[in-house]
Design a protein around this ligand. Structure first.
Ligand code: PEP
Ligand code: MN
Length: 357
């Protein structure tokens, strides 16, 4: 249930409502108060009320509207918000701003190395990515690696290099944050906070990214074998904690065949568009683990309706410190950017023809 509160409600009316909600829920469940689209809302996981409780609730002066949402996720559901969420990336830093999601936005291409390796590698790649026509630069400063003996990223030094790359190219940057304590420092440098697959259900991290005062957009990658409900509930943690700017990222799920690194679940894109108002972007690099598959799966993702792509690019993929096998060259990226524009244009034309007909 989501209750939207009258903007004019007095503190006494609010307290009365809260007391009633505590009584109705038997003091058993969290009652979350947050803001969405400028409105104060209360969320609690309660559906069936007896008539007495229902009447008492309807009579509360602080209540503007009560919306019963059937799914376990509430604020991120399409049932709650019919319009697509549109997220502005790059606010508060000197760079271009980029819109992700929303009816009129064209697909966004995020590209860059898996990891920030050194200044020269990052700046060369950033310039190449900008010249190729991509919109946002990616690069991991904190790397979640399977083995503790693999390259772990440059840490805070990597964040400084990303800021410098933004300054040089004008592109907003996205980088991963792995710990709740690091959200503030990463948000100082990044335009999007990336929460990686391995941390999709790191609840303290989700809450910290949600509570963060600047409300930096968060890109939440699907867990290695997460169901769509688990993924949307993870997004709900961030939104319920106060940050509505969440982008979902499909990056493939675990299966049995080692031919590809993961299985790209493209059917999740149209399905998520039914279930949620949040934008969805696809990562064909981690999904396939094979650079030769990236162009085709990029086209397929756009055709499936994704709001964008995140692609690993390296000036010399074979010498990359991380994920070289799935990294493409800047020249290959340029072709993907061109193809994306063509495809998105065709799809838009088709939509406008259909709406006229
Ligand atoms: C990444 O994008 O750098 C990354 C580590 O991806 P994932 O969390 O999807 O494995
Ligand atoms: Mn990678």
């Amino acid at each position: 249930m989501i209750i939207s509160i009258h903007s004019q409600a007095t503190s006494e009316e609010r307290s009365q409502l809260m007391a009633l909600l505590h009584r109705i829920s038997g003091n058993q469940r969290p009652i979350t108060t947050t803001r969405m689209a400028g409105r104060e809302v209360i969320v609690l996981d309660l559906h069936l009320l007896d008539t007495t409780a229902q009447t008492a609730l309807d009579e509360q002066a602080a209540v503007e509207r009560i919306i019963y949402i059937k799914t376990p996720y509430k604020l991120v559901s399409r049932e709650f918000q019919a319009a697509d969420t549109s997220i502005v990336v790059g606010k508060g830093h000197t760079c271009k701003t980029v819109n992700v999601g929303g009816q009129s936005a064209s697909p966004v291409i995020i590209a860059g190395p898996c990891a920030v390796e050194n200044r020269e590698q990052l700046i060369t790649t950033a310039q190449a990515v900008a010249n190729a026509g991509a919109h946002i630069l990616r690069g991991g400063a904190f790397k979640p690696r399977t083995s503790p003996y693999q390259f772990q990223g440059l840490g805070v030094d990597g964040l400084h290099l990303l800021s410098e790359a933004r300054q040089i190219t004008g592109l907003p940057v996205i980088t991963e944050v792995m710990e709740p304590e690091m959200v503030d420092v990463v948000a100082e440098h990044a335009d999007i906070l990336q929460i990686g697959s391995r941390n999709m259900q790191n609840f303290p991290l989700l809450r910290a990214a949600g509570k963060h005062s600047q409300q930096r957009p968060v890109m939440l990658k699907r867990g290695l074998s997460a169901t769509i409900d688990e993924w949307l509930l993870a997004a709900e943690y961030i939104v319920a904690a106060g940050n509505p700017n969440v982008i979902l990222c499909e990056r493939g799920i675990r299966s049995y065949d080692p031919q590809t690194r993961n299985v790209l679940d493209l059917s999740c894109v149209p399905l998520l568009h039914e279930l949620t108002h949040l934008p969805i972007i696809v990562d064909p690099s981690h999904a396939t683990g094979r650079r030769e598959l990236v162009p085709t799966m990029s086209r397929a993702s756009i055709a499936a309706g994704a709001e964008g792509l995140i692609i690993e690019v390296h000036p010399d993929p074979n010498s990359a410190l991380c994920d070289g096998k799935q990294s493409i060259t800047p020249e290959q990226l340029q072709k993907i950017v061109r193809e994306t524009r063509i495809l998105a244009g065709m799809m838009q034309e088709e939509t406008s023809l259909t709406s006229v007909a």
